[in-house]
Design a protein. Structure first.
Length: 128
RNA sequence: AAUGCAGGUUGUUCUAUCGCCUGAAUAGCAAUAUUUGGGAGGAAAGUCCGGGCAACAUAGGGUGAUCCGCCGCAUGAAAAUGCGGGCAUAUUUCCUGAAAGGAAAUUUUGACAGAGAGUGCCACAGAAACAAGGUAGCCCCCACAGUAUUGUGGGGGUGAUAGUGAAAAUGUGAGGUAAGAGCUCACAGGUGCAGGCAGUAAUGUCUGUAUCAGGUAAACCUCGGGUGUUGAAAGGCCAAAUAGGUCCUGGUUUUAGAGCGACCCGUUCUAUUCGCCGCAAGGUGAUAACCAGGAUGGGUAGGUCGCACAGAUAAAUGAUAGGAUAUAUCGCGGGGUAACACCCGCGAAGAAACAGAACCCGGCUUACAGACCUGCACCCCAA
């Protein structure tokens, strides 16, 4: 499994984003929150993710970019394992930073790992 | 040399691994893969001006909104910027008996048209902050008391005096007066107008004349000049599905009134048709409604162009590891000192300021660690 992260793994369509925020369920791990929505798919795993840092908490575009990059990097390095463990599944994710100050990369990496673990458990136990 | 302030320049770098956006080429039906290029800033920020670009509008004028506002030259498409000059202002020095004022110097500052159009505001203090002025003071008159140049009360004049204030009605002197007052005069000062002279001009200067009632226009406002309006969410193109519109073809029914079912509509009954052909039965066409099929146009989701050898549309330019430096900091050693400071060497740590393009240019404004340069201020030491 590659560590790539191409455009077709990102969530871009505005409609899908709206429905995700309307109906999705959440998993927490400070300073990150994960919103997901999906169902079983026959053919292959199809996971789309997006990263959100609220403008209300971080006023400078500079800071938001930094946090998004850190989250994206953490997700990119860990998603391979995650894909394998969930099997063929169609899933939309929104990864949302809700802390009040900028955390270092280490903290974000650990939080992402925890999130993905919890999500896998929920899908595997409750999904069938 | 240090510190502070102002202005300007600059705004680390190398390697490896894993990645991101994108142009071109090759392979592939395509997804994609490979190769090879490109990938944040001086402010990308604020969105305050000017332009390009686009759509709409466009006889002329006004209102509104907004920007600009001394003069000359240069650069520029324009905004604007630079240089020089003028005026005012500030500081310092000097002149003058004082006040007002004048002269010189300066890298002081000036949003530098108008406060003789109007409105607003001018805290505190002060009698009064603009046609003002009192139970202060000064002066006059009347009444009462009294020996009174006094006291009390009333009426009037006055703007000289006043421990205010950022600012007090132009200043000084003289006359004048009951006391006073530009009330009058002299000298000085401000402002408007007219003329002469100097200057390209702003302006300066002289003469005459009128006048003498503060400040604030980065308060409204007035005057002069500029801007047509809206911004890339502009605008062009393609366009699924669904539901409408229009047209064509085929089929069925074709008009009016009444009853029944709440209405649409359906159904029943009664009367009954616009042209042509035909004696008639009937046929055919037109019109309208419905059904089916087809075509077409508008238009939504979406896509694409606009759009750039950075170029997204939930927004790329990153992460990790290891070095190299500038500099602040820390430690050790040496010099130096009364002790510090300071200087030299070695080691540690090591980019960390403001900040992220969103149609593109030119300005303006604001933010900014450290380094370097220039100017100014202040202090110390030495000569």
């Amino acid at each position: 499994m590659d560590n790539t992260f191409h455009k077709n793994e990102r969530l871009c369509s505005k409609k899908q984003i709206d429905t995700l925020f309307e109906k999705g369920q959440t998993v927490n791990a400070y300073p990150i929150k994960l919103i997901y929505l999906g169902g079983r798919s026959e053919s292959k795993t199809d996971v789309k993710a997006m990263f959100v840092v609220p403008k209300k908490k971080f006023k400078h575009a500079n800071d938001r970019n930094k946090l998004k990059r850190r989250m994206r990097e953490a997700y990119r390095l860990q998603k391979g394992e995650f894909y394998v463990s969930i099997g063929s599944y169609k899933l939309n994710l929104a990864i949302l930073y809700y802390g009040n100050k900028t955390e270092e990369y280490d903290a974000i990496f650990k939080a992402t790992a925890k999130l993905l673990n919890n999500l896998t458990k929920q899908i595997v136990t409750g999904g069938s």
